[in-house]
Design a protein around this ligand. Structure first.
Ligand code: CMP
Length: 137
């Protein structure tokens, strides 16, 4: 998910480019204004953390772009492409390392494991919003 800061910094294209160039397949994509209910469910694991309230407020404050990418090893590769949660610790060459400085404005969220990805995809997308295709070239 490209967060509101990523959308407002005009980084949606850059995020898509990095995943496409790596060879992953885009199977779901939508811009949306997130409801409080979805944001709270999505970040449920963090609900006892002190930053939970501000995180939810931020995610619902302006549109985000949600995506589903497919391919071998996509979850772990995406974590490398995205970089460490805190952009100040993220390696140069990663999205957060190249474009961010603030942990609360770290531009993008990526699922941290296959099971989390399955949960998040079902929260964010209905089946008819997901394309079933593979490259033929
Ligand atoms: P994300 O990958 O979306 O998952 C949870 C988010 O919480 C994380 O990225 C950060 O944006 C945010 N977050 C994590 N730790 C902190 C923190 N210490 N202060 C503020 N926000 C945080």
């Amino acid at each position: 998910m490209v967060k509101p800061d990523g959308v407002q910094r005009a980084l949606v294209g850059e995020v898509i480019r990095r995943f496409e160039s790596k060879g992953f397949i885009l199977v779901g994509l939508k811009m949306m204004q997130v409801s409080r209910e979805l944001a709270e469910k999505h970040y449920e694991v963090h609900k006892e953390r002190p930053f939970f309230g501000s995180l939810v407020e931020f995610i619902i404050s302006a549109p985000v772009v949600a995506m589903v990418w497919e391919g071998d090893g996509v979850v772990s590769a995406a974590r490398k492409i995205i970089g460490a949660t805190n952009p100040l610790s993220a390696e140069p060459g990663t999205i957060r390392g190249d474009y961010g400085v603030n942990i609360g404005r770290n531009l993008i969220h990526g699922s941290d494991a296959l099971e989390t990805a399955a949960r998040e995809i079902s929260l964010w997308f209905s089946n008819d919003e997901l394309a079933n295709w593979e490259p033929t070239i």
